[in-house]
Every structure is written in C-alpha cells, then in structure tokens.
Design a protein around this ligand. Sequence first.
Ligand code: GUN
Length: 277
Amino acid sequence: MNIIDGKEIAKNLRSKIAEEVSSLDRPPGLAVILVGEDPASAVYVRNKELACKQVGFFSDKIIKSENITEEQLLEEVERLNNNPHIDGILVQLPLPKHINANKVIEYISPHKDVDGFHSENIGKLMQNKSHLRPCTPKGVMTMLESIDCKIEGMNCVVVGASNIVGRPMAMELLNARGTVTICNSRTKDLAGKVRQADIVVVGVGIPKMVKGDWVKEGAVVIDVGINRLDDGSLVGDVDYDAIKETAGAITPVPGGVGPMTIATLLENTLIAYKKNL
Ligand code: GUN
C-alpha cells in the first residue's frame, strides 16, 4: 500500500516555483482577504502567507472586521483588481452571512481569480480549456500524477458536490477521461457506489464517513476532509486505519491534500503573473 505524501509533493512543487521566481524581474503578488475572526480561516490564511514567503512571492494579508459592509469589501476587491503588484486575489471563505459571497467572487477579475471560483473560470474548466483551476481539485490531480495513476477509462467516484471541491473535482477527472459518478449525502447505496471506484475522492466534512469495507482492493483513495475531533486530533472523511491495508494508495490527514491546496495556490498565482505581464 502506497501512502501519498502530500507534504513531500507540495515541497517539490514549491521548490520548482521558488526557482522560477528567482529569475523574474518582480515577485508575483498574492492578496488574501480575511473577514472576521473565524479561527480555522485565520490558520489557513497564515499558512498561505507563510507559503508565499517561502517561494519569494509578495504577499498582502488584508484583515477586515466582521462588520465590513458588502460594498466596502467590493471596493477592496476593486482596489486589488487595479493594483499592478497583485497577480492573485483570494477572499477566504466562509464570509459573514450579511455578505453575498458569490457577488464578491464574481467581482474578482477572472485573471486574478487564483481560487478558480469565478464563473468564467468554472465555465472554462467545464469546457476543458482552463486557465485558473480550483486549487484543491487541481492539487489532487497533481497527486494522482505523482503516483502515475491512470485515470482514463477508470471508475472515479466523487463523494460531495460542493463548489470548492466536489464539482470541480468531478470535472478534472472527466477532463482526464475518467468515468465519473458524483455522489451527495442523499445518494442511495453510497457504500455500493464507492465499492465500484478505482479512484475515490471524498470531501464531505463528516469524520471517518467512508468505512473500511466500502473500498475495493487496490483502489486509490483521496481524502479531502479535515475534521477536528473532541480530543483535538485531526481526522479525514475516510476511516484511514480501516482502509489503508485494502487501498492501492491513500492520502493521510493531515499531510495529504491540505499542503497540496496551498502549493497549488502558489502555482496558480505564478500562472496569473505570467498571463498578466
Ligand atoms: N475556505 C475553505 N477552502 C477554501 C479555498 O480553497 N479558498 C477560499 N478562498 N476559501 C476557502
């Protein structure tokens, strides 16, 4: 059984990016906007800022009060859209309830939308002519490549249909000529669907939801979940210990998909930089 070491793959990707950055005239710039004080979001934003430093990017962390109005936030985005030192803009989600997150995402210039969430970029992903692709699914594709996982013709099952993970993940696998089934919390006989998978990607936010006997011998299992249990430990959406002997390859939590998402954000910022020159 093969443990897919996201930390190592992310480190290699960062080194490649850092090397490229060292030969550029100006550093690529990433702006990250954090609204409010959600502790998990604060950790993600700090990690993104650290990653920028590691590869020599300029990073602008913009922290706004929970009480910011939608209009003020849109003005902030507009300022960044027009800032020539900023190549990528990321608004950390979730946003407070009084702000329409979709409106904010659509306001980001599609050329600076390094999250790949703008409808223009999602539309391009659906047509397989992507420019900026959502980071988590794109990072998963990099992980599958790193183990030479054949996707063409394979049964790929995606559990979870969120805009951030499940939907773009399904498109990535379809673009790689996989045969894709998208499941959600209402799917009948979910265990049976997962059992048919050669490749299964799970992103639902339910600790250890995918059980040991749901996974076919030799299947590749990608766990996008990060759940904190009452004892403080972190677990994925997959019962790792029960599955690790059956799976052909599996991502650990932590140290699997998480580091890849951030490294892919840097990769996207560099792509945006090159296009915006
Ligand atoms: N919140 C959780 N994941 C993400 C992500 O990939 N991008 C943004 N902007 N917010 C998130």
